[in-house]
Design a protein around this ligand. Sequence first.
Ligand code: FE2
Length: 583
Amino acid sequence: MNILGLNAYHGDSAACLFVDGKLIAAAEEERFRRIKHWAGLPTSAINYVLEEAKLRLEEVDHIAINRKPGVNNLRRLEFVLTHWPHPRLIAQKIKNIRSAASVKETLQANYRIEIKAEVHHVEHHLAHLASAYLVSGFNEAACISIDGFGDFASTAFGVGQGSEVKIDNRVYFPHSLGIFYSALTQFLGFRHYGDEYKVMGLAPYGEPNYLEPLREVVRIRPDGTFRLNLKYFRHHIGNVSYTWKDCAPEVGTLYRRRLVGLLGPARRPDEPLEQKHKDIARSVQATYEKAFFALLQALHKQHPSDNLALAGGCAMNSVANGKVYRRTPFKKMYCPAAAGDAGGAIGAAAFVLSTLNSQLSTDTPLMTAYLGPDASEEEIHALIDWKKKEIADAGCTTSYIGDEEELVSKTAKALADGKIVGWFQGRMEWGPRALGNRSILADPRNAAIKDVLNAKIKRRESFRPFAPSILREEVAEWFETDDDVPFMTKVFQIRTKYRDMIPAVIHVDGTGRLQTVHKETNPRYYRLIEHFRDLTGVPLVLNTSFNESEPVVCYPEEALDCFLRTEMDILVLANFFLERKSA
Ligand SMILES: [Fe+2]
């Protein structure tokens, strides 16, 4: 029995495939289409996951989608009757619901086949909860989804017991912590869909001087839930345009001018970042954390478990996630590799599997994100052959190193010598983070490497920190919290004694957004870091995603193109070692 999971007509469209209860493949559409956060029907991702299992769409038994048109309709009606939103908002919502409802028809029209699969619509937040709980390895857990919006709700409390997960409370539209964070992200001049992490990165440079006015914007209620003060927002009155230009999501302004009266003028994207912007960022993050921990405390009161399963777009706030053990009674937390909407594809499929009484034989807890396309040695060889003139013109040499120990030892040596290394290995990562298969690596001891990376390759804002990949066994020694963080979903404090040793991966507040590297899930990356440790005494490397302001590279040709057009020193494509002569 097989089941295709989809997140469609939503940012980060994606597909996954379970066969006989096992998760075979999962990928986001943006990687194939090369447009960030691509938001239509993910046909390339569908084609890929089917190809991985050697299946045709006609042979799929079940299709699960993370939207349930019609759910929470009474709440919708109540909202329309009490708020009288602009007809454009209603029309926009109806159009989007119709797209989600007609996935089967659209697939049939696209593929020109008759689909025999039974289609299951899973409520958006139930899919988020399932994406964390059902693969967490927990026997029971308190579950929460914190988000922008989906199926007319922004937040859902729930509980997982055995193979079941259910929702027992929701925060409905228009109240949303995701909208709060997005609106203030826009206010600070970061206008692109998905820019919230920039505010999170900027926050430690500021002081929380705007907490008091923001208390006016997000009101925490005695039961732990929250309300937005709607007079500062526009998303509920219908003047916000949600467009998908070429399927790249764009969101109109979410805040009202009244916010300027409260916080001062909004920053234009081309204006310099001043101290007050940093202070607002810090205050936004602190306000979010206050609401987040109030929700978690309320959830724990309702479901007093040691275990927490966390998902939804806001679960990408790794800074807040990193404080959960200190600020709540939870002792163990699982947050999936794709906590945002892409993850709903796995959540919807896993939920349907659980209702079909089919055993979920995914290795749980799901600790690997290596679920995307791979490239064979022959393909890479053919690519290098085809591009040999361009490679030579760029002053690069190519060698084949079949012996893994030699390959990782040579790469570790290059890193320790200050080289920037493109590292392309095995299957592409699922979720937004590069986790050592589509990564750019560098020496964390080199304070100057951040500027070099930004100037030569990444061209991103200088305030954003780079992250460390650390051997799992070394976490307790180097960080103040010891935990598995295989998907970079938590930020922990780095022990004071090591802070001066690894300036390139330490944020201004002494934290690091770590990835724990496990021998079992990525043995080659683990060996590389071991070699680096043997050379330097430091059991971690700087890891940033393999891209240059585009989606993370998927195929070797994209990695090679990125290497050739930037000033990366070395590219390791599986066993092929490319080096710039000048490097
Ligand atoms: Fe969502």
